[in-house]
Ligand binder design. Sequence first.
Ligand code: M6R
Length: 601
Amino acid sequence: MCGIVGYIGNREATTILLEALKKLEYRGYDSSGVAVVGGGSDLRVVRSLGYISNLESRIKPTGATTGISHTRWATHGVPSEENAHPHMDGSSSIAVVHNGIIDNHLALKQELSGKGHTFLSQTDSEVVPHLIQEEYEDNGGDLLEAVRSAVGKLKGSYAIVVVHKDHPDMVVSARMRSPMVLGKGVNEGFVASDVTALLKYTNRFLYMEDGEIALLTRGDIHVETLEGETVDRELTSVDWAEEDAEKGGFDHFMIKEIFEQPQSLHQTLTGWRSDEEGLSRELLRARMMRVIACGTSYHAGLVGRCLFEKFTSLPTQVDMASEYRYANSTLDDSLVLLMTQSGETADTIAAAREARRRGMKTIAVTNVVGSTITRESETSLHLRSGPEIGVAASKTFTSQVMMMYLLSSHMGYQMGRISKDEHDAIQTNLRYVIRAVEGILNDVSRIKEQARWLSKARDAFYIGRYINFPTALEGALKMKEISYIHCEGYPAGELKHGPLALLTEETPIIALISDDHTYDKMLGNVGECSARSSPVLAIAPEGDREVKRYTDRVITYPRIDPLFSPIPISVILQLLAYYAAKERGCEIDKPRNLAKSVTVE
Ligand code: M6R
């Protein structure tokens, strides 16, 4: 999705704007652009199709110390230089970058055309500078007021940043349903759509909320509501380092993030202690649990369902966030967990609002301190995985799953459903899980070998039971996202109710085996697939002899309590997906058509 950076200070703006914009490249884009004001020239706008390096080759330092930049991911209008941002008004005085979708752009375009405005692009965004131009004249040249009045006329979602040739001493920004964060340095201010763009320059941030407008000058950041009330919110310190958002010698962010899991899981485990203390006892009154999430986070929620039911005995429902709005039960007074690593997923945020409207207690589980979901929920639990740049989630998934063990066992113990010994044993097992993950990462040769074989497949099935059914869903999602192999995750017992019809000797089955009450039945399912000549790759605990009777293809994981097997198995499945995608020459960190955070519903 699109990326935004804005800067005002005393340094060469183009250098900072391009450098910071490159940190957002992972989000995927088709074109980019920069606008600067001051430094002896008027407004200078340069745009380019393709990589930021194309843009860079067209820009020379100007001495300007105020500006904005953007990477575009086409929604309205094809990828082209004309459709790239920044867009300008008719008098080339105002430049605007925009993320989001202006729903009423056609009506606005018509109205503005009637007043003599001419549009040069096919985008919805171009109406914004023209609208600001109209309001600028009506507001006697006051840029802040002009932006305020203009955004009052917009319907839809927007994060915008505006500069004006006659105001090189200010940058104006506004937000509605699209993320925007302000950064404060010494005599300089920053604005970006994602905090990772700014980690090199500051660690002091202010997350804008919907309906707010900000004025950045060299010495100050001033935020108001659209109604004109001053917002007096503390700056948040983010403890992510700049290197955390770099590849550090790895070929891709995804593989770096997979290898970071012993550390990220450790951080989730130790960080939980401070979150645990702050949890209200009111949560223990819950009669039902509901986890609401999308994609990978939804799969972590499904693991959570097994754990909440086991440790708290509470019935637990897991909803896809985009479907939650259609849930009709009026007798529902669940405790709602909103699981979103980015904290910015539009569907999950909409579900949070809906759950609160229905009077439910809400807890956000997120990796991004200060993200939108933390403000839309009553309580927040922080994953502490460090920044995740690869579009395909890896370390945040295993941290989410770990959080499910921690929260469910905490609630179960507080509710008197499990003993102190059982509670403590869960913490011990989670430490063993981290060691098991280290063991897997120490030798990935077996996984690479199987990945080479899998990379030739056109279709594959991932099967598991109970707590490893969600693991199968997640393994299949990972493989399809980055390798483009068609994969389905299935409860192993369901194969015979339809999908068996698809099995041939060219349809690999990845069977997730754990040494628990599902073991015998899983072996039966493996046999069922082998009998249809489908090759089976079994992921099984070390020392398992039985599974070898059915297949030669086995990847083992260190033997741990089977209830905790989803984390080590997931790490193996992430590696399988990564190496298969690499074998196929795919763009692993930026899969086609996907975005890291999905900020539209
Ligand atoms: O930031 P979120 O956890 O809310 O994101 C939810 C999904 O968009 C995300 O998990 C998506 O499925 C990823 N591409 C998975 O790798």
